[in-house]
Design a protein around this ligand. Structure first.
Ligand code: ADP
Ligand code: MG
Length: 678
């Protein structure tokens, strides 16, 4: 049988069992997959320079004719060196190839090549070392560079790619209908695949990439939107627009910011609309999402509808309970806390009251929406810190119950373009401003040499009555040099923090222990919390004004921003000191960004630019199919257009069953692994 695009990868010439395995390592099992192994860069052989201009130790492209090949020399075991004399027509240069007799043999005497490699030598004798080369007759002077794996050399991949492209030409296909391609100025798929691998001009590569990235983002959007459409369109929980909220506002200890008020308006409109709300409320740490959520719960309670507030940890659940209770209890709204550590008797009582409707609002971990918890009228479900719940959990939640309204709060603000992708199944409200009178947390990045200074600063603030966090990346000592909270705390008690009350907090402690420590800290009975990132999520202690983060290089930008958000929550000026000895360029860049700005949306954009979308789309976090092609740049540039395109497609054909939409539907299902959309 002749090979075709969907044959096993081993059908390609020169791909045997060994290379086949290497390809499979890269998740490439067929020529088709190979075509979507997009170059991570290009080598541009058009930029060649004369030998005379090549500087010592410089990587450059030369156009050379081989004048004489010398026999390979075995220098010692495991080292064979080959030499060839070459010229650019004016100056001579020696081509040196190490341990690659195969590549050397492929060079022909009197053949002319473009060679890219490191040039050494000054005026006397120049050499070019282990060059990558192509024949000067090659029509394509821009050569792709791929992510490779050991045992899969670039020339093999290029040769295999050419064959895969010729298979594509034998059975060309297209996934996007012509009217879409015309409208969004997208070239044909076959042309795009050819030109993304072997472009004739830079421009062709860019146009091809845009088309392929567009298609990938389109599949993502279509999947998300089909999910949104599939959800039930009606809800029995229709609330009354004219519900009087004045007592809520007058009991509130502050006035809502404009952003908060706007968010409340949008939510109330949803609650009264007759369709279930599916809204993401995103705002920086400290932007006051809780008060917004409390307003929503209050509105629901006044309409005789129960609310559930879910948090990812018990600490956060009990804190929510306290906050909601303080806002709502004075208004006669009955609030309860239900978690794994609630005593059995109390649990039974709470369940009973949820069933009879004697409780209006329950806060807890997601145990509160398990099957065995029954509600009289659960019409509003709020989840906090949504980045811990992925798209498939969201889908599962949406299927539950009687189409309740959902509000999802996230303290990981993300740029709108990314939100369109990650939360494409939701409506989005963003709170972009912080309550007045809050001064931004001063942030400094220092090396370990300044640790003593950092701690004397911290002690001075403790002496003024403030509290502090010290964050380490690890729990126990390990072979790495990273700081671990346990030994760090032990040490600090005897040295830097001697005479101050401190406590440990980390994820491996029992829930009750954690609760106790957090309780003490928030009541001011402890001065310093030495902890891992468990404090990341939602902890609110306004008196905490200093945070020291050890091994700051271990944390991503968004994570640092989250951590820092634990301080600066009250009226006190707050400081965050990042300690790292890491000299990595990436790390230095991150420290610069985090020190320079406190705007979470900006930080998220920088994070996206630095890390690329892969990390944001990690399936662990969001449950989304990984993006292989679209870069951070593509996402910023294309998302709005792609969203529009997806909406148009589905408006015209909600199930994508028209013949011209079949191909893109198939691809979308495949992309989502059939889980989400089918
Ligand atoms: P988020 O959950 O968005 O991180 P919180 O809801 O925990 O933020 O609010 C942070 C702090 O700001 C809380 O102490 C809260 O009482 C206070 N706060 C919220 N809204 C306002 C406001 N409009 N004016 C003043 N303080 C506010
Ligand atoms: Mg919060």
């Amino acid at each position: 049988m002749a090979a075709n695009l969907f044959s096993e990868i081993e059908y390609l010439k020169g791909v045997g069992k060994a290379k086949g395995e290497k390809y499979r390592k890269l998740s490439i099992t067929s020529p088709y997959d190979l075509l979507y192994h997009i170059p991570r860069d290009y080598m541009d052989f058009r930029t060649h320079i004369p030998v005379a201009q090549a500087e010592n130790e410089e990587y450059c492209v030369l156009k050379l004719t081989i004048t004489k090949k010398l026999p390979p020399k075995a220098i010692r075991k495991g080292l064979v060196i080959c030499h060839a004399a070459a010229t650019d027509g004016i100056d001579d240069i020696l081509v040196v190839v190490y341990n690659n007799v195969y590549a050397f043999h492929a060079l022909k005497e009197f053949g002319t090549y473009y060679m890219y490699g490191k040039v050494t030598g000054g005026f006397t004798r120049k050499e070019i070392h282990s060059p990558v080369y192509i024949s000067a007759e090659s029509p394509v002077l821009i050569q792709p560079v791929y992510k490779l794996t050991q045992g899969l050399p670039i020339n093999t991949v290029r040769a295999n790619m050419k064959q895969a492209l010729s298979l594509l030409e034998e059975m060309p296909f297209e996934t996007l209908p012509e009217y879409i391609r015309e409208k969004y100025e997208l070239p044909e798929l076959v042309w795009s695949l050819k030109n993304i691998h072997f472009p004739e001009t830079n421009n062709a590569a860019e146009i091809a990439r845009r088309r392929i990235a567009f298609e990938e983002l389109l599949k993502l959007q279509l999947g998300m939107l089909m999910l949104k459409i599939r959800k039930k369109k009606t809800t029995s929980y229709i609330m009354d627009k004219s519900t009087d909220m004045s007592d809520f506002y007058s009991a509130l200890p502050f006035q809502l910011t404009e952003g908060q008020a706007h968010a409340v308006d949008e939510i109330i409109a949803d609650l009264c609309s007759g369709s279930p709300m599916n809204r993401l409320l995103q705002g920086d740490v400290g932007s006051g999402k809780t008060a917004v959520a409390a307003a929503a719960c209050c509105f629901a309670a006044k309409n005789g509808i129960q609310s559930a507030v879910m948090a990812p940890t018990e600490i956060l659940a009990s804190q929510h309970y306290k906050t909601f209770n303080s806002f709502l209890e004075p208004l006669g709204i009955r609030v309860a806390l239900l978690t794994g550590s609630t005593p059995a008797k109390q649990k039974a009582e709470i369940r009973e009251k949820l069933q009879t409707g004697e409780i209006d609002l329950v806060a807890g971990t997601h145990a509160i929406i398990q099957k065995d918890v029954e509600y009289k009228a659960l019409g509003l479900v709020i989840t906090d810190e949504q980045h811990r719940f992925g798209v498939s959990q969201r889908a599962a939640l949406a299927e539950k119950g009687d189409s309740p309204h959902r509000l999802i709060m996230s303290a990981t603000p993300i740029p709108r373009t990314l939100a369109l992708n990650i939360f494409g199944d939701l409506d989005v409200t963003s709170i972009r401003q912080l309550p007045k009178g809050r001064s931004p947390v001063k942030t400094y990045a220092v090396t370990g040499k300044k640790r003593d200074g950092a701690f004397s600063f911290l002690r001075a603030r403790l002496d003024e009555g403030r509290q502090a966090y010290v964050v380490c990346p690890m729990i126990e000592d390990s072979e790495s040099e990273l700081f671990a909270v346990k030994s760090y705390a032990e040490n600090a008690e005897k040295t830097t923090l001697k005479g101050y009350t401190t406590a440990l907090l980390h994820g491996r402690m029992k829930a009750a222990e954690k609760e106790e420590v957090m309780g003490k800290f928030s009541r001011g009975e402890l001065q310093v919390l030495i902890c891992t990132t468990v404090v990341e999520v939602g902890v609110d202690v306004p008196n905490a004004a200093v945070m020291i983060i050890e091994n700051a290089e271990r944390f991503g930008l968004s994570q640092l921003h989250q951590l820092r958000g634990r301080v600066g929550r009250g009226q006190y000026e707050s400081t965050c000191i990042l300690i790292t000895d890491n000299k990595n360029e990436d790390c230095i860049q991150r420290m610069k960004i985090i020190s320079a700005t406190t705007d979470g949306f900006k930080i998220a954009q920088e994070d996206l630019n630095m890390r690329g979308p892969g990390d944001f789309f990690g399936s662990a976090q969001h449950g989304l199919p990984p993006l292989k092609i679209a870069s951070a740049y593509d996402i910023s540039m294309l998302s709005e257009e792609v969203r529009r395109c997806a909406e148009e497609l589905l408006r015209d054909d909600p199930t994508l069953d028209k013949p011209e939409h079949k191909a893109i539907k198939m691809d979308t299902l495949k992309f989502f692994n059939k889980e989400v959309v089918s």
